[in-house]
Design a protein. Structure first.
Length: 114
């Protein structure tokens, strides 16, 4: 199983970014998917999740600003991030569980300047 995340970068506060995660080695449509993040000096935290049937949940502080979606045909996971704030600065990871194990993408850095 491989998860390849991309799309991070430097953006000003109030701006937008779209993260992508390509999944290979799993029957993607059957698996719940998540985005986590880890800010400087902080623990990794769950940001958003999407179930196999596309039900979504969000961390309270990103609700209304972030949107998690999936494309089961192309095996892609997305995180649209709008109205970004400096406190959103972190490394963002895509994540899933399959075959009794956890799998993480390599992380993509998002930096929001004030």
């Amino acid at each position: 199983v491989q998860l390849q995340a991309s799309g991070g970068g430097l953006v000003q506060a109030g701006g937008s970014l779209r993260l992508s995660c390509k999944a290979t080695g799993i029957n993607f449509k059957l698996h719940n998917m998540e985005w986590y993040r880890q800010g400087p000096g902080q623990e990794r935290e769950l940001v958003a999740s999407i179930s196999s049937d596309s039900n979504t949940e969000y961390k309270a502080s990103v609700t209304g600003r972030f949107a998690i979606t999936r494309d089961n045909v192309w095996r892609m996971l997305y995180l649209q991030m709008d109205s970004l704030k400096p406190e959103d600065t972190a490394v963002y990871y895509c994540h899933t569980r399959a075959r009794g194990s956890e799998f993480w993408g390599q992380g993509t850095m998002v930096t929001v300047s004030s």
